[in-house]
Design a protein around this ligand. Structure first.
Ligand code: ZN
Length: 208
């Protein structure tokens, strides 16, 4: 595992059918992609600062991967050997603002790409996870399990996603992909304690 600087974060919308359903969205026929800039990234080891834009802020727990080499129009074989590191992240979302922007047909970056909107846990080596298509992870809020994710349930599995993103945007060494959230997203408020669990790894943080 190399220590690489993050260039951009590519995110995937509606990659789990049960989450698409809970927000009343259709299941997509190709990956829904959007980006967060490097300035959106913060560590889970800092308390989460609630943004001051009004409306509900939602957590979305997601499996995240960092690529270790440049990928443009990559093949399945190339992407399988390109993952440098794995972790969990929170795709923080200003849900009320996102709903408003979507209804007007506007880009939704204001609700998804603000500073602090990409909370990343510590990177771990991908070696312990086999092929990454059967990884289990959880998010607890105030000790209650809110999200229970299994990458086997992704509509677009992780390697297909990387191939698609390498065609749509191209990826550079250090870039991160947030692979979508399972059902159970919800609002955070000051004082909430969030815990992310990935195998034997456990990261806790607090909202302030
Ligand atoms: Zn998300």
């Amino acid at each position: 595992m190399k220590n690489l600087e993050i260039g951009k974060v590519v995110c995937v919308g509606r990659n789990y059918a049960d989450h698409a359903k809970e927000l009343g969205n259709e299941v997509p026929s190709q990956p829904i992609l959007f980006m967060k800039p490097a300035s959106a990234v913060v560590s889970i080891n800092e308390a989460i600062q609630l943004p001051d834009f009004g409306g509900e802020v939602h957590f979305e727990a997601e499996l995240c991967v960092q690529v270790g080499k440049d990928l443009v129009n990559a093949s399945m074989d190339e992407v399988k050997t390109a993952i440098n590191a794995v972790t969990l992240g929170l795709d923080l979302t200003l849900r009320d603002l996102q709903t408003k922007l979507k209804s007007k047909g506007h880009p939704w970056e204001r609700s998804k790409a603000f500073a602090g909107s990409c909370v990343l846990a510590d990177w771990v080596s991908p070696n312990g996870f086999g092929d990454l298509t059967q990884v289990h992870y959880q998010l607890f809020m105030n000790d209650e399990c809110k999200q229970d994710g299994d990458t086997a349930l992704m509509l677009f599995p992780i390697y297909e996603l990387l191939v698609d993103i390498s065609k749509a945007f191209g990826l550079q060494a250090g870039d991160v992909v947030m692979t979508g959230t399972p059902k159970g997203v919800g609002k955070i408020t000051a004082g909430d304690k969030l815990t992310l669990v990935l195998d034997e790894h456990r990261w806790a943080t607090e909202v302030c």
